[in-house]
Design a binder for this molecule. Structure first.
Ligand code: ZN
Length: 321
């Protein structure tokens, strides 16, 4: 009879189990120390500081994340060195966007030749908008979206917060696959972060409401804002280049100037990782204001994805309204 569990004993056991689960869920330091003794830090290498921030928000204490392209640099026009190859060689998980944002990534993975490296292509399975590069024809110049060939599609999904949420969910799944012991931890952190992102999404809608509808027009340096524009009801009227590693076609400047004048677009937007001189010339020529938007990289001024999006929307409201 002595080794038989009575209801009172069961209650104690259930209570202890519940406490343990609670501690795990809340990431109480005592518990973390215990579990960390067994679990090794998961090494994640990613391409940009934007994705590094998303990964750090999900991975927390269990993950060490490295961004290959430094803050403030342009992932389109960048090449890995032996240092980055070594970083990939030591990684458990490699996270990149795909769709040509990092044209150098597949070769880097191959060169690193890390057996068993898990790779996560964040844009996989999503239907992209056109990269929209090609000849500028007068009949197409009105919407800024043009037919093109040989492009994989517009890679900049993360500037629409709902796609950033999709990226966060995929990151949580990939981390849970690489480190199954941490699965609950990753999913709980992803849930908490996604709540913040939903709040950000609602805030952006409210902010865009402050811009008069006829002035919700974007002319940018590279075509990074297609998804943001579609989600929040802005119009991309034009851009200088599809991919910032290329020079704008000669006739683009003149056509953009015409669009800016005809539609009385109040501002032209540049990006901190890109030489602003052409856009400055354009803005001066038509008397538009010049603003800075963040797209493919975080900086010291906007050290997180949420800070970057908030700064962008504040700039849009200030310059367009
Ligand atoms: Zn870009």
């Amino acid at each position: 009879m002595a080794n038989r569990l009575r209801p009172a004993h069961l209650a104690v056991v259930a209570g202890l189990a519940a406490l343990l689960v609670l501690m795990l869920f809340m990431d109480i330091p005592f518990f973390r120390l215990q579990s960390r003794a067994a679990a090794r830090t998961v090494r994640v290498v990613t391409t940009t500081s934007v994705f590094a921030d998303l990964i750090a928000n999900v991975g927390g204490q269990r993950v060490e994340v490295t961004s290959l392209v430094p803050m403030g640099s342009d992932p389109h026009a960048w090449d890995p060195t032996p240092r980055e190859i070594r970083a990939v060689r030591a990684a458990d998980l490699f996270v990149y966007n795909g769709l040509g944002l990092e044209l150098w990534a597949p070769r880097l993975i191959e060169t690193a030749g890390r057996p068993g490296l898990v790779t996560l292509e964040l844009s996989e399975g999503l239907t992209p908008l056109e990269a929209a590069e090609g000849d500028w024809h007068p009949d197409e110049a009105d919407n800024g979206l043009h037919a093109h060939e040989g492009e994989e599609g517009n890679p900049h999904f993360w500037l629409d917060v709902t796609y950033a949420i999709h990226y966060v969910r995929r990151i949580a799944e990939a981390l849970a696959a690489v480190d199954p012991q941490g699965a609950q931890y990753y999913y709980a952190r992803a849930d908490a972060y996604v709540s913040e992102l939903h709040e950000l999404d609602r805030w952006i809608f409210a902010q865009v409401e402050r811009i008069p509808p006829e002035r919700r027009i974007l002319v940018t340096y590279h075509n990074a804002y297609a998804y943001l524009a579609r989600r929040y009801g802005l119009e991309v009227a034009g851009f200088l280049v599809t991919n910032p590693d290329r020079e704008p076609p000669a006739q683009v400047m003149a056509q953009l100037a015409r669009i800016l004048r005809e539609r009385q677009v109040p501002a032209v937007f540049v990006e901190p990782q890109i030489d602003p001189r052409l856009a400055e010339t354009l803005a001066r020529e038509v008397g538009a204001r010049l603003g800075t938007l963040y797209t493919d990289s975080l900086t010291a001024d906007v050290p997180s994805y949420i800070a970057m999006m908030r700064a962008n929307v504040e700039t849009l409201v200030e310059l367009l309204h």
